[in-house]
Every structure is written in structure tokens, then in C-alpha cells.
Design a binder for this molecule. Structure first.
Ligand code: MV4
Length: 448
């Protein structure tokens, strides 16, 4: 087992990783920017190294600074958390070259899954269902036209380097194609330096359902069931739950099997997530594979009673997994509490937390780095807390969430707590009738 792990991240995930390391008897090194000197991950770690000024480009994304911190503290592994360098192939490679274990995917895996068109080809070869569409990249506008005709409108054009909706266009008829082709390519070129495009049938009102998987270096794979992440706004997840209210035992078997096929096809090592689009007829299609621990891993932990960070560290250290699949025994929901004003287009609201009181009680988990007096820096992600409830049934988990949200006091800044309170009361949400279009029509009532 590792003796010392450097955590190349900040905020709640740095704390989350730190806590498991402590329980495993592993020493921890925190790295921090000048804006995070008063952060809890710095206080709770065994050692801490300042890696630069506030902007992430000069600190949390600065590979030489992080490698220097790892070398001077003699860390034998690096946990990247999510975001920042967690899916950076160059960083994974540099760790490899320095004999420091990267607790995450290999450079080849990150590159292979990062290119969406090639990831899709890999999945087709492995027998994983994908959305019908063009084979490989579109050569030119004429090729795009021909592809669209074959697939049948409406189609969706996607950037191969994409993610988060950038360089993505819905095209309803041939008349819209040329403009979409030009603008999507320009957008992708500017965002990723890569304007490769591919095309798919447009799936109307899909659900976003992902399968948690794990694999070890001995070729054992398992799945840990699904998470439903359909409540999203501008490709930012707001609330996740497991099991999915749309799931059936039969569909879970099929999706679980497909996710394992996906993992096995690339000899996946570690914990990862296979994202699927699920249409109204319960057809499912591979969308992307995430090679990192995700923000929403917590709800899986709660329903299968399993520490995913511990598993991730053990796999990285060469341990075997049992190979058995895991099924939800409970229902869990996570609300992401962001320092944003939901009544003002979710505008970021950094600043000082003047009052802080967190909810508690049976079945309530709060993963956060926030405390009274903490100043949220404006430089980073606005997520400041994850509130998770777990109960026997979905109804009880929702009721518990409403109760926990009503206890949660964060003053001095605006947060998304009022949004989540209304979400929990929403009739469509209550019915589990939620697709990725849900937020387009959700109307926030003014605060009374
Ligand atoms: C789609 C789709 C409909 N049809 N592909 C959005 C992000 C990118 N990773 C894939 N996305 C989508 N791909 C086809 N063929 C709809 C979306 C989509 C979406 C997917 C998951 C979660 C939220 C979403 C919001 C808008 C669009």
C-alpha cells in the first residue's frame, strides 16, 4: 500500500480523499493556491505545499509545481480528484515517468476515451450499443449532408474533442446543415484546437443514466449499478439519484453488461463511469466514458455501502476486485449546493460565509469544505457542498432531503438551496418523470 498520497485538488473532493487516506493509514500531502491557504484540506492534511497564486492555470493545473511538491514530500502516489488534472493524459504520463502512481487512468486510456469518435468506434467493436450515425469523422460538408440523409433528420453533429455541449448542434433539416457545420467547427477549433466532427441520430428527450464500473489489473470487472443524472442545466448536473426512477431490473442487467463490455474492451483499471443516453422506449446508447472519480460517486457509496475512494486506491496499489456486481439496497439523492443565485440565472455568488449550520440526523451526509467564516474564492468551481440523503424508498429519500435542505443555513452568500427545495416539491420530479429537458421548463417561484 502507498505510504504517502498527494492530493492534487481542492475543496470538498480534496477533503473526501484525505479522509479515506487517514482511515487507510496513508499519510497525506495537500497542495493549495494562495487563495486556499485557509482551506480545510490544508488544515487536515499531514503536510501542505503552496503551489502558486489563485488562478488554477498557475496552481492546480500547473504540472511542474505539483510534481515538485510530490518530489519534495516524497509522495508515492497522486490522487487527482475530479476536474483539474484528473483526465489529463500528459499529467498521467509524467507521473508514470517519475515513478509516482497516478490514481486514475493511464495516458493511453485518457486519450482513447477523450476522442469521442474513436471511443465510439471502440465501443461499436466491443458490441456496446451506440447511437446510429456516421462512421468516424466527417470529411467535409458533402460527407455531412450524405451522412445526415442516411441517418434521417433530426441529427446531432458533435465535436470529437467535445464534452459539455461545446461544438454540438441539433440539425432538423438539410437547410440548417451548412450553417451548423461551419459554426460547430469554428467553436470546436477555438475550444479544443480540434474541429473533427461526427454525426448521430438526435435522440429526443433522453435520460442521462450512467453506470459505475471498476476493473483491476488482473482482468476482473464489475459494475456498481446506475446513477440518474438527468436534472442538468447547461450541462451542469444539479441533482443525482440512484436507483434511477426509470430503471427496471431487466434494463439494469443489460446496461450493466454493456458497461462491463466497455470496460473490458479497453482493459479499464480503476473506477470509472460509462455514460448512456436512454430514450423513452428504454433503448440505451453509449455516450462517453469518464476515467475519473465523479462528483456524484457519493450516492453509489450510500446505496451499496462501499467506499469508492478506498476501492480506487486499493486498485491502484494492485489489489484484486471480487468481480461481483453491486446492486442498490437503498435510495440515495444528492443535491449540489452551489454558491450561485438561482433567482438570478444561477449567477456565481462568491464571498464570505457569515453563518453556517449544516443538517444532520439519520440518513443525511454532507460533503463540504465550507464552514462559518470561510471565504469562497471567485477563482474556482461554485460547488461548495454536496447534500446526500439515503433511505429505504425514493419517497423517503426525497422527504429526508426536503427536511435536510430546510435545516441547512448558509448566510452571507447566495446558494442553490432554495432551488433544491422547490425541485423536491416539483410534481414531475416526484413522479420521477425527468429527462435532460426537465430544466428547460422548470420554473422557479419567487422567494417568499
Ligand atoms: C446527444 C443528445 C441527443 N442525441 N446525442 C450532451 C453532452 C454530450 N456529452 C452529449 N449530449 C447529448 N448528446 C444524441 N445523439 C442529447 C445530449 C444532451 C444531453 C445529454 C446528457 C445530459 C444532458 C444533456 C443535455 C442536452 C443534450
Amino acid at each position: 500500500m502507498f505510504k504517502k498520497v498527494l492530493i492534487a485538488n481542492r475543496g470538498e473532493i480534496a477533503l473526501r480523499v484525505l479522509r479515506t487516506c487517514k482511515e487507510m493509514g496513508i499519510n497525506t500531502v495537500a497542495v493549495y493556491s494562495k487563495a486556499d491557504a485557509d482551506s480545510l484540506h490544508v488544515r487536515f492534511a499531514d503536510e501542505a505545499v503552496c503551489i502558486g497564486p489563485a488562478p488554477s492555470s498557475e496552481s492546480y493545473l500547473k504540472i511542474p509545481h505539483i510534481m515538485a511538491a510530490a518530489e519534495i514530500t516524497n509522495a508515492d502516489a497522486i490522487h487527482p480528484g475530479y476536474g483539474f488534472l484528473s483526465e489529463n493524459a500528459k499529467f498521467s504520463k509524467i507521473c508514470e515517468e517519475h515513478g509516482i502512481k497516478f490514481i486514475g487512468a493511464s495516458p493511453e486510456m485518457i486519450d482513447g476515451m477523450g476522442d469521442k469518435a474513436s471511443a465510439k468506434s471502440t465501443m461499436i467493436k466491443a458490441g456496446v450499443p451506440t447511437v446510429p450515425g456516421s462512421e468516424g469523422l466527417l470529411k467535409d460538408l458533402a460527407h455531412a449532408k450524405k451522412s445526415a440523409k442516411e441517418i434521417g433528420y433530426p441529427v446531432m453533429m458533435k465535436a470529437t474533442a467535445g464534452g459539455g455541449g461545446k461544438g454540438m448542434r441539433i440539425i432538423k433539416s438539410e437547410g440548417e446543415l451548412e450553417k451548423a457545420w461551419e459554426s460547430a467547427r469554428t467553436e470546436a477549433k477555438a475550444a479544443f484546437g480540434n474541429d473533427g466532427m461526427y454525426m448521430e441520430k438526435f435522440i429526443e428527450e433522453p435520460r442521462h443514466i450512467e453506470i459505475q464500473i471498476a476493473g483491476d489489473q488482473f482482468g476482473n470487472y464489475c459494475h456498481l449499478s446506475e446513477r440518474d443524472c438527468s436534472v442538468q442545466r447547461r450541462h451542469q448536473k444539479l441533482c443525482e439519484e440512484t436507483p434511477s426512477p426509470f430503471m427496471t431490473d431487466k434494463l439494469r442487467e443489460k446496461m450493466g453488461e454493456a458497461a462491463i463490455k466497455a470496460a473490458a474492451a479497453v482493459k479499464y483499471e480503476g473506477v470509472g463511469t460509462v455514460e448512456f443516453l436512454v430514450d423513452k422506449n428504454r433503448n440505451f446508447y453509449f455516450m462517453e466514458m469518464n476515467t475519473r472519480i465523479q462528483v456524484e460517486h457519493t450516492i453509489t457509496e450510500e446505496v451499496i455501502n462501499f467506499d469508492l475512494i478506498k476501492e480506487q486506491i486499493k486498485i491502484a496499489a494492485g489489489h484484486k476486485i471480487s468481480g461481483a456486481n453491486y446492486y442498490p439496497q437503498m435510495h440515495a439523492i444528492q443535491c449540489r449546493i452551489n454558491a450561485e443565485d438561482p433567482f438570478n440565472d444561477f449567477r456565481p455568488s462568491p464571498g464570505a460565509i457569515t453563518t453556517y449550520h449544516s443538517p444532520g440526523g439519520h440518513g443525511v451526509r454532507v460533503d463540504t469544505h465550507a464552514y462559518a467564516g470561510y471565504v469562497i474564492p471567485p477563482h474556482y468551481d461554485s460547488m461548495i457542498s454536496k447534500l446526500i440523503t439515503v433511505a429505504q424508498t425514493r419517497e423517503e429519500a426525497i422527504e429526508k432531503m426536503e427536511r435536510a435542505l430546510s435545516e441547512y443555513v448558509i448566510e452571507g452568500i447566495k446558494t442553490t438551496i432554495p432551488f433544491h427545495i422547490q425541485l423536491m416539491k416539483d410534481p414531475k420530479f416526484r413522479e420521477g418523470n425527468v429527462t435532460t429537458k426537465f430544466m428547460d421548463t422548470f420554473e422557479l417561484k419567487p422567494e417568499d
